[in-house]
Ligand binder design. Sequence first.
Ligand code: HEC
Length: 160
Amino acid sequence: MPNSSRKAKLVIITLTGLLLSPLAISHFDDKQIPQSYRQSWFAMLATNFGPMVAMVKGDIPWQENEMAAYADELAAVTTLDVMRGFSDGSQKGTTRAKPEIWQNKPDFQAKMDDLDTAVAALQIVANQGTDRKAIAAGVAATGKACKACHDEYKAKDYLY
Ligand code: HEC
């Protein structure tokens, strides 16, 4: 299969996954800028991380160059300061962000820092390209960082 049609296939698989995923219910509301900002940021994380997980699971073919590209984009997303999207007063609105975040900012920030650390390590191994076990471990560690925060600070449904 030529590379471009592979790419197209991957895009279709990725989009299908996102459309079907309840996680992908993202929105943009010009009255809720911080909420939209953070939700868009998480959607960018998921758009890059989702295919990496799918490759590790074998749901889509593992391609080293794609894995590295997703890891680079994931790392690029983490350079944006998402904490701006958790400004005071943005507890309300269309959100799954639990109020505990605002009562516990240092712990929330620490969990964000754990994500940055995991993503930075994943970017390094993914760009080395060859050690699939190490890449899979990096993907798992990153997934753990997502989950550690979601378990505590993200509601399953919209709160307000
Ligand atoms: C430090 C905490 C934290 C970390 C780390 C974290 N998340 Fe989240 N995530 C949240 C919170 C809080 C929300 C809810 C935001 C809202 O609804 O305002 C959220 C929402 C989301 C959403 C839904 C966005 C939307 O459209 O409403 C997705 C998708 C998501 N996260 C994916 C991820 C992925 C993938 C990772 C890891 C690569 C990750 N998150 C890491 C806290 C975190």
